[in-house]
Design a protein around this ligand. Structure first.
Ligand SMILES: [Zn+2]
Length: 167
């Protein structure tokens, strides 16, 4: 995980120091404490009749992934998921509902993200964005081996839920 090096207030160098038992990044010049917080993201399981929509990532971490991305400042999770789905798959999301939240600090190799996963239906013509190499509909029950992030775990949880519902 990458750590910030410089103060956002004065540009001074940040140094690790222990405060109340926690390691913090503190500016050597002005004393500013650089708090690091997880970054909120959203992902969506888009259900089609034949299965669910996956995109192949053009940027690291590589592999197949659920459509999703970062929540913009001033945006709700619901708005973010609709926007990301539209950008990445061109589909309009209807009936989106929250599934689970995933917060393992190691779920994204770049930085600590907390993702809220939605389940919804996709309407319209499916096509990949510039960020995606390919797009496909995953057949029901199938899980590809090269999934990015913790999306394997998410899909397993989703399939388990489906299975429990059908019993
Ligand atoms: Zn500073």
């Amino acid at each position: 995980m990458k750590k910030a090096k410089y103060c956002i207030r004065c540009g001074g160098k940040l140094e690790q120091k222990e405060i109340n038992g926690k390691i913090r990044l503190i500016c050597q010049k002005c004393g500013y404490i650089h708090y690091q917080n997880p970054i909120p993201t959203v992902d969506i399981i888009i259900e089609k009749d034949e299965g669910i929509v996956l995109i192949k990532r053009k940027n690291p971490p590589y592999g197949w992934a659920l459509p999703g991305g970062f929540v913009d400042y001033g945006e709700s999770l619901e708005e973010a998921v609709e926007r990301e789905a539209k950008e990445e798959t061109n589909l309009n999301i209807i009936d989106a509902r929250q599934f689970h939240t995933y917060s393992d600090p190691k779920r994204d190799p770049r930085f600590h993200t907390v993702t809220t996963v939605f389940i919804g239906k996709g309407e319209g013509m499916m096509k990949p964005s510039d960020d995606a190499e390919k797009i496909k509909v995953l057949k029901k029950g199938e899980i590809p081996s090269n999934l990015a992030f913790d999306h394997k775990k998410i899909l397993e949880d989703y399939l388990k839920k489906d299975f429990e519902k059908s019993r």
